[in-house]
Design a protein around this ligand. Structure first.
Ligand SMILES: Nc1ncnc2c1ncn2[C@@H]1O[C@H](COP(=O)(O)OP(=O)(O)OP(=O)(O)O)[C@@H](O)[C@H]1O
Length: 290
């Protein structure tokens, strides 16, 4: 990551550092830490309550890439929305940079499976929207985001004129235009075809390697979770809690080729085993058997 590529630290030096070392580097930087403390979220009223998340604890270091795996309905999006400031916890709290989250903030950018681009605005207007609201448009930054996302020449196009992959790249550019410390990504690539998804994963890894950002990325895809992460958090079936945390000790920078290595397969097996029972329990819940 750029901050560490000082005169005395070459790119190849940093490439060889383990995920654990990466985390220890970032412990001192402070900006972008997330602390989830005893987080409980209950939906509904008296007599019709649903405990979505129950006493969840998780600490995420600044600049760490954490993926969250969990069965359907276990509370992944709920946790993310509490970090984003869209939802208030019922109990417990979320601290960002040691301060309680009290609402949405551009320093915490969110990407969903369905892009939230304004259909009536051009791609350029969409990307500039956040900075413009703060009267803080950096033209060279916007131009370099279009370049980085392979969108140059599409500035004046409308979202419906772009392919699904391009729309998600525009969504990423829109998010990055706000220069967030923390990127919250809720199954952002799950609606894409396999090849586009792979390209988007590589694009995201490039973006993350180049910048100093914390990423929390929700996915149902075990391979994607391992490929991207420093740590994979496996959640229990609802009510969601942390079941398991898997350290991904694969070298960086990574490309999608890494999925064929033995170590990758070991990690993938471990994550799949960890989630298997929870997925069964979630299915029983959905069928009303528990
Ligand atoms: N606004 C709401 N009102 C009532 N119940 C809700 C609300 N939002 C979510 N839930 C319920 O809370 C539980 C957790 O939902 P959440 O969307 O956080 O799970 P998830 O793990 O992200 O699910 P998925 O993987 O299917 O996207 C689910 O049972 C869901 O139906």
């Amino acid at each position: 990551m750029s901050e560490h590529n000082t005169d005395t630290t070459t790119r190849s030096d940093t490439d060889e550092q383990s995920a654990e070392q990466r985390r220890s580097w970032t412990e001192s930087s402070g900006s972008g830490t997330v602390n989830i403390q005893d987080l409980t979220k209950v939906y509904g009223d008296d007599g019709d309550e649903l405990v979505a998340v129950d006493g969840m604890d998780l600490h995420i270091e600044a600049e760490e890439f954490v993926t969250v795996l969990g069965p359907s309905g276990c509370g992944k999006s709920t946790v993310m929305e509490c970090i984003a400031g869209y939802l208030d916890p019922t109990e417990g709290e979320v601290l960002v940079n040691d301060e309680p989250v009290e609402g949405p903030d551009p320093s915490r950018g969110v990407v969903f499976q369905e892009n939230r681009l304004f259909p009536w605005k051009t791609i350029s207007e969409n990307v500039r929207f956040g900075p413009q609201m703060r009267d803080d448009v950096d033209e060279s930054r916007v131009a370099s985001l279009f370049d980085q996302m392979g969108l140059s020449g599409f500035e004046d196009a409308y979202p419906h004129e772009l392919s699904g992959g391009m729309q998600q790249r525009a969504e990423l550019a829109r998010l990055l235009a706000n220069d967030p410390d923390i990127m919250l990504m809720d199954e952002p690539f799950s609606g894409l075809d396999a090849m586009t998804k792979e390209l988007m994963q590589e694009k995201l890894l490039d973006v993350w390697e180049d910048d100093d950002r914390t990423v929390l990325f929700i996915t149902h895809d075990v391979e994607e979770a391992i490929l991207l992460a420093d740590r994979v958090v496996v959640m229990t079936a609802r009510p969601g809690q942390v079941k398991d945390v898997i350290d991904v000790d694969l070298e960086r920078p990574r490309s999608t080729d890494i999925v064929t290595t033995d170590r990758f397969n070991e990690l993938q097996r471990r994550a799949s085993e960890s989630i298997h029972d929870e997925a069964e329990r979630a299915m029983e819940q959905a069928e009303g058997r528990v």
